[in-house]
Each structure stands twice: as C-alpha cells, then as structure tokens.
Design a protein around this ligand. Sequence first.
Ligand SMILES: Cc1cc2nc3c(=O)[nH]c(=O)nc-3n(C[C@H](O)[C@H](O)[C@H](O)COP(=O)(O)OP(=O)(O)OC[C@H]3O[C@@H](n4cnc5c(N)ncnc54)[C@H](O)[C@@H]3O)c2cc1C
Length: 458
Amino acid sequence: MTYQVHIIGGGMAGSEAAWQLARRGVRVRLSEMRGSPEGDRSPAHQGDGLAELVCSNSFRSDDSDKNAVGLLHHDMRQCDSLIMAAAAKARVPAGSALAVDRDVFSAEVEAALAAQPTLDVVRERIDTLPAEGLCIIATGPLTAPALAERIGAATGADSLAFFDAIAPIVYRDSIDMDVAWMASRWDKGAEASLEMGGDGRDYINCPMNKEQYRAFRQGLLDGDKTVFREWEANTPYFDGCMPIEVMAERGEETLRFGPMKPVGLDNPHWATPEHPNGRWPYAVVQLRQDNKLGTLWNMVGFQTKLKHAAQVALFRTIPGLENAEFARLGGLHRNTFLNSPTLLDRQLRLKSAPSIRFAGQITGCEGYVESASVGLLAGLMTAAQIAGKPWTPPPRTTALGALLSHITGDAEADSYQPMNVNFGLFPPVDPDVKKKQRKEAYTARGKADLLGWLPTLA
Ligand SMILES: Cc1cc2nc3c(=O)[nH]c(=O)nc-3n(C[C@H](O)[C@H](O)[C@H](O)COP(=O)(O)OP(=O)(O)OC[C@H]3O[C@@H](n4cnc5c(N)ncnc54)[C@H](O)[C@@H]3O)c2cc1C
C-alpha cells in the first residue's frame, strides 16, 4: 500500500491520530518501535501493546459538568475518539474518575486499529525525520534517542528539552492578596513590563517571617519524596532546575539566597509610619504569570520531587497560599518536549517543515487524555488537509480548543512546561457568575460551543 500519512509512535496520541485518519479512509502507516525484531522499548513501557499506559490506570475525572479533564473526555467522545471508546469498554470502578484495565484498554485499541482496512501497523523504529509526505510524530516524552536527536537538530538544540523540571502552578483567584502583594524586585524591569502591557509589578510575592521560613524549610527536608528510577538517575538536571528540597538540604540559608530571596521587595502590608513602603520579609515565595490570560501563576524556582499530597500540604503553609488551588503540581522527570508555542503553527505543523506535524506529549501537553486529544486534533487537521477542506480550529472555550491554543501560541514560550488541561487555559467566564458556579459555567459554555463547531468536521 502507498501511504498518505506516516504516523510515528503508537502510544496515546499516535493511536488516536491513526484512528481519526483511517476511519476517514486515509491510507496510514503507523510505525511503533515496541514489538520490532530489535526489541526496542522505552525505559518506562513494559509491553508491546499500542496505547500502553505507562503509569497509573486513570484518565482522571470523568465529570464533564465541573472538571476540565472531564470536559476534555466529553469533547473527545463527541469527536468519536478511539481512546475514549476503548476506555469505556475497559472501565473499572473508580468513583467519578475514569479508570481502566490497562491490558483490556490496549487490546481494544489494537483491535479497533487492526480492523481498519486503510491502516498498517508496522513494528519498526524510525530514526530519521521523513523526507517527504505528510507525517505525524507522536513518539512521546520518551522518544527513542536517535529520532530525538534528529528532532533536536531540526528544531534547534535549545528548543527540545531533554529533561524537565516542573514547578507548581496556582490559580490566581485562589491567592490571598490581603497577604501577598504584587511587585518586582527593586522595581526592576518596569519598562519591559510596560511594553508587555504590565504595570511594572509583575510578580506575586508571598512573605515569610523567620519562624515561618524555618518551619517551611524543615517541611521540605521531612516531606515525602518520589524516588528516581535507575534510568532517570543518570539524566542531568538543567542548570537552574535544582529541586527545591535539594537546595534546602544544602544549608539553612541556601533558599534565602536563592529562589526565596527577599531583598528589594518591600511588603506594603507591613508598612509603618517609619517604613511607609513596608519592609522586606525574612523570605519570599514569588509567583510569575504563566499564561496570557493571567489566570495561572507559576511558583518561581519551586520545581520539586515532593509527592503531590506533600506538596499541597506544605505549600498551603505559605502565607497567602493557605487556600491555593493548584492547576498543576511540581515534578521532576526526564521528558522530551518541544517549545511548541515557538516551533509549531496553529495546526501543530513544524513551521520550518510544514509536512511534519507533532502530536501528544512531545508538544508539551501533559497526561494520557491530553496527549490523546492532541493526537485526535492532529488526525483531524491532517484529514482536512488531505481532503482539501479548510480547517476550523475548535473554539477556545472548548477543552480541545483551550489546550490547542495554549500549545500552539498562547502559552508563554520562555517558561513553557508540560501542562494538563485546566480552566485557567480557558477565556474567563463572566465575572458576575458566582465563584461556586464558575466550573459549571465553563463546561456549559464549552459544550454549547463544541456543538456549534462539530459540523465543520463533516
Ligand atoms: C514515566 C512516566 C509516567 C507517566 N505517568 C502518567 C500517569 O500516570 N498519568 C498520565 O496521565 N500521564 C502520565 N505520563 C505522561 C503522559 O501522559 C504519557 O507519557 C502518555 O503516554 C503520553 O502519550 P504520547 O502518545 O505522547 O506518548 P506515548 O504514549 O509514550 O507513545 C509514544 C510511542 O512512541 C513509541 N516510540 C518512541 N520513539 C519511537 C521511534 N523512534 N520509532 C517508533 N516508535 C517510537 C513508543 O514506544 C511509544 O509507544 C507519564 C509519563 C512518563 C514518562
């Protein structure tokens, strides 16, 4: 068979992209290295099945009325997602979460793809970027090294991160601004800030006194941490990506001279007649804006290997973050991803080589569902291109559209890190909607707008 599209990687994204194309009659070659005669396998995969879940068996919340990932499930189902259909068949009880039997799930995906007459699954490792024809690269966070090198060469070495350190991200509206305050250190960078539309006070600062700082450092030292796997232990950190608990181990004052440095930050909440501008706290936790909407704020320098529950408990002891809601928690593991906002166009195509699309976690989304959803979109875009039809992107108010917009240009390129879908990526709903009803407002709007968009796929 001659192929119209070559998909590399039969994981969550590649399988979904292959399905979307094949069911539209497009001839597809899907290359998956696992199961090849050479016995290739990433350090995390255990078997040869397509769409293998490498860690947990959960697709997280299935509540499409109140939860952003639940809404993404909904959007994918409306687009006849194979991953969602296989998950339904493999579902196991897990409360409001969508969890699956991973073997049944993978077998369902394999069977559905095998039944497609225009699709060939070929067990082979691909080491170079295809020189001609349309291609979707969906090789995931653990892309085999030779191909990763080629992608690095094609995109610029600095653009392909081989290791990723993640700091937590907090929803702006969950930060107590009666305690925290906006300021830049020494008011520096005001000019640049004004150019970017800011007002010169670009950071949210959370103050700590001496006792709070000491207790916090102790919490970092004592907190429950994830242990590196053997293969991860050999991967170097990027400069400046030292986990915060490792810094805390280095000495009592290391953090105060590092990410928690208080100098040049007058806290106006502590103003007195003698110090009308306020005083410097003993230590400071800074948050930097993470998206154009200003709804998400990144904890600066707080990349961490603390387990998620330990992070939530400890970070909520930070003054101003007592009620913090986290759009993403920190983590540190090897992870290959592109600086997509810079490198990809709005249709996930490499700007420098538009016949190549990227899909899945390599684009900088995070999570099984998100990876599959970007595969779904890449499949739909490629199908439209082959059919010579115009592509209409899903509205940003839908979960599919919010994630796609973030990846393909709306995220800040300088601080781009893998991201789960969350309501901070959506345009805000009417501020008059009561806080308690906002989640429902996001999902109701998203569902209505998706309905309006679906006919564009016909
Ligand atoms: C260790 C680890 C644990 C994770 N745990 C979770 C979790 O619990 N929950 C969650 O939601 N997300 C988790 N993720 C994040 C992410 O959601 C998954 O990695 C997800 O599977 C990504 O989907 P993908 O399709 O982009 O990549 P993958 O599902 O990894 O698929 C990529 C496929 O490409 C193949 N491949 C790679 N290179 C080549 C090549 N050169 N030629 C041919 N084939 C190739 C691989 O064998 C693989 O099958 C985890 C990631 C890692 C690394």
